[in-house]
Design a protein around this ligand. Structure first.
Ligand code: ADP
Ligand code: MG
Length: 350
């Protein structure tokens, strides 16, 4: 489906492991003062003075987490950085460094890895993180990418999943369900392409949701926004698996219950129209679709005046005593229990 514009195919063996590492990493520049030594020694050296350090890692496996028939390698590189930075921002921290480890089979030419690394480099530049190392090895099957991200945060600013209190407001950034509906469109086009490779899909009416799937953005801006507004959330988590499962995580870790209002869940018009086209319920998609990489947080009611006018933040419910349970209040004002499905449930992969 995605045309390979780069016709040159240099086999990996031509460069060898060290030549390849050098080739892929030579353009990376170190920007943070905390990076004492980046790529090039046995280990990187970092110095964070009195800050606390957050560290997180995520692995992406071909045909489990991504499908190269519609995921351009450049986007894959970008996204693999985003999924990690999102976890750093969910701690209310500032991302500073990443390492990137890849396992590749020799079906990938050097040019393919250049594409992957151009996406990684773009992400690192846009989000201001130093690439300080990684590992390169061979794989007999698909492509595997593992990114580790490091961030820094003042001790008093760290936000855990565990701090939500009854009466706190439940707040979400951006809008939900876009990445999942983008995936549905891409999967459908893939099937069409299999039958008729000459078919040029017209995806104009899906640009937002496809971008949400192929080029998600981590919410670095929210960490800054919260600081500017002088709001410290009582708890926070990033939405990688879908709203319902993240709400359950927050409630379990905080020992509280929740009431979530269906009519408050933010949805983009393209999500609503595509849900209608696919005959899927948009609330189900917001609750169980994954990969939106928005932030879900709880804030004290006292902070409500500071956030209420902000278009990036939607109040979608409030925290209750644990004994009240976790409920979705529907548009028809019925109360139904929130259950974890994660996004696999929608794909029937469980
Ligand atoms: P070692 O044998 O000590 O593991 P390597 O030869 O694997 O060293 O790596 C040499 C340097 O290149 C190290 O700084 C390592 O972190 C970095 N590096 C290796 N692979 C990658 C990669 N895929 N992306 C970024 N840096 C890498
Ligand atoms: Mg190594």
């Amino acid at each position: 489906m995605i045309e390979d514009k780069n016709q040159q195919r240099t086999p990996l063996s031509e460069l060898g492991e060290f030549g390849l590492i050098d080739h892929l990493t030579k353009h990376f520049e170190v920007k943070h003062k905390s990076t004492i030594k980046g790529i090039g020694d046995d280990a990187a050296v970092l110095d964070f003075k009195s800050k606390q350090i957050v560290l997180t890692t995520d692995m992406l496996v071909e045909n489990v987490h991504f499908d190269l028939s519609y995921m351009p390698l450049k986007h894959l590189g970008y996204k693999s950085v985003m999924v990690n930075l999102s976890d750093v921002y969910a701690m209310n921290a500032n991302a500073t460094q990443i390492t990137v480890s890849i396992a590749v089979s020799n079906r990938f030419p050097v040019e393919a890895l250049e594409e992957l690394y151009s996406g990684i480099q773009t992400a690192a530049a846009v989000y201001g993180v130093d690439v300080i190392g990684g590992d390169t090895t061979s794989s007999t099957t698909g492509l595997i990418i593992s990114v580790t991200a490091v961030g820094e945060v003042a001790t008093d600013d760290v936000v855990y999943r565990s701090g939500a209190k009854p009466n706190d407001l439940l707040v979400v950034t951006g809008d939900l369900g876009g990445a999942y509906m983008g995936l549905q469109v891409l999967e459908r086009e893939k099937e069409v392409f299999k039958v008729n490779p000459q078919n040029q899909p017209d995806l104009d009416m899906y640009t937002y949701i496809i971008e949400r799937q192929l080029k998600p953005e981590a919410r670095k801006d929210i960490v800054k926004l919260l600081k500017d507004l002088e709001v410290k959330p009582t708890s926070m988590i990033d939405i990688s698996d879908g709203l319902s499962s993240e709400i359950i995580h927050l409630c379990k870790h905080s020992d509280v219950g929740v009431e979530l209002y269906e009519n408050k869940i933010p949805l983009d018009p393209q999500v609503i129209s595509t849900c209608e086209e696919f005959d899927i319920d948009s609330t189900t998609v917001a609750l169980n679709g994954g990969e939106d990489y928005e932030l879900l947080m709880t804030i004290s009611q006292d902070d409500y005046p500071k956030i209420k006018a902000n278009p990036n933040l939607s109040v979608i419910g409030f925290i209750t005593e644990k004994s009240s349970g976790m409920h979705l209040v529907t548009r028809a004002e019925a109360k139904i229990p929130i259950v974890a499905k994660g996004w696999n449930a929608l794909n029937n992969q469980e």
